[in-house]
Ligand binder design. Structure first.
Ligand code: HEC
Ligand code: HEC
Length: 298
């Protein structure tokens, strides 16, 4: 279609224009950091001690030293991570990774000796939230990004994601193809919550202690209780029919910690004794209830 042709011609022009723009300041790089990197690379838990909340922090580098060699893009770990020559590739939330135009703008900035910007970098000022405001993925992403995605990524610290569970973006966190670890609206039925509370073992994060702080755990619980909203604030549906595998302490014939469940069909005889560690397998009912098929001792 004609409009499409015009659009793609425009797109080419835009790419060409940004590729030719002189890289005299760091504004494009600062924007990429704010949009794609700082949610993980911030604070004391910044991966490898590398904070990316400003150009100054980027130039300072992390625990392993500098990641930018001014004037030498090919020798800069930053470029290798953006291209996937060093693994895991950044941003760890990818794919999608950065566009070719974005990667080129970082490369040009380094080639131009990585000047510090004069314009203030978009700071990631911690948002002050009202208690009544719904919790969205944007609120919990910094926790999942800094504390979980280093392993729960396609090529994380332990190689392939443990249990095939990716925590590097919203869709993957809620995915329930093999089983649901998040049941929107129902924290007690969500293995993710059980793992961060330590009801289910091994407790997460696997490299803890330190585990998550009480306010961080409470925030993730509220996020799920309110429907595991995406970054735009839209709650997710209950994954009716999805499989679950929940671990915890059996405290009654149909109660795993704070979760009251139902038996699917006939009740099983050889159920572990009350007070023992158990693993429940079953499915999610349309109302978010858990229908147990099997409960075994662990
Ligand atoms: C979902 C969280 C997450 C996001 C988003 C993310 N990173 Fe990372 N990054 C990590 C983790 C975890 C590591 C450590 C991986 C490892 O053990 O090698 C890391 C490592 C790095 C390293 C290597 C540091 C060194 O000293 O060797 C660089 C450079 C880096 N990230 C840059 C970026 C950039 C640039 C972005 C944005 C375009 C980004 N990261 C986005 C989690 C993230
Ligand atoms: C150092 C690596 C590492 C980190 C960091 C980590 N995990 Fe894990 N995770 C694992 C491993 C390994 C397993 C499998 C453990 C098992 O059950 O034997 C696992 C399992 C899980 C499971 C169970 C998956 C399933 O299919 O039932 C959940 C949920 C989980 N992790 C959530 C998290 C959360 C949330 C965080 C961050 C707060 C986190 N993990 C941080 C390594 C990690």
């Amino acid at each position: 279609m004609r409009v499409n042709r015009i659009k793609s011609a425009l797109a080419v022009l835009v790419v060409a224009a940004s590729a030719q723009a002189p890289a005299q300041d760091a504004a494009p790089v600062a924007r990429i950091l704010a949009e794609r990197c700082v949610m993980c690379h911030q604070g004391d838990a910044a991966p490898l001690g590398l904070r990316l909340d400003s150009i100054d922090s980027l130039l300072k580098g992390g625990a392993k030293g500098s990641v930018v060699k001014p004037g030498d893009p090919a020798g800069s770990e930053l470029m290798r991570r953006l291209r996937g020559q060093s693994l895991p590739r950044m941003p760890l939330t990818g794919p999608p990774f950065l566009s070719d135009a974005e990667i080129a703008s970082v490369e040009q900035w380094i080639a131009a000796s990585a000047p510090r910007t004069t314009a203030a970098a978009p700071a990631s000022a911690p948002r002050v939230r009202a208690a009544s405001e719904p919790v969205t993925y944007a609120d919990v992403q910094p926790i999942l990004g800094a504390r979980c995605a280093k392993c729960h990524a396609a090529q994380g610290r332990m190689g392939a994601a443990p249990e095939g569970y990716l925590l590097n973006n919203y869709e993957n966190t809620l995915a329930h193809g093999d089983r649901a670890r998040v049941v929107p609206g129902y924290p007690a039925a969500s293995e993710l919550v059980r793992r961060i509370r330590g009801q289910s073992t091994p407790r997460m994060p696997f490299d803890g202690p330190p585990f998550l702080s009480q306010p961080e755990i409470a925030l993730l619980e509220r996020w799920i209780a309110q429907g595991a909203r995406d970054a735009q604030g839209r709650p997710a549906p209950v994954p009716a029919g999805a499989r679950v595998r929940l671990r915890g302490t059996l405290v009654g014939p149909a109660q795993l910690d704070d979760l009251h469940f139902l038996w699917q069909g006939r009740r099983r005889d050889r159920q572990p004794a009350s007070g023992s560690q158990a693993e429940l397998r079953g499915t999610v009912a349309p109302d978010g209830g858990i229908l147990a098929e099997r409960v075994r001792g662990r």
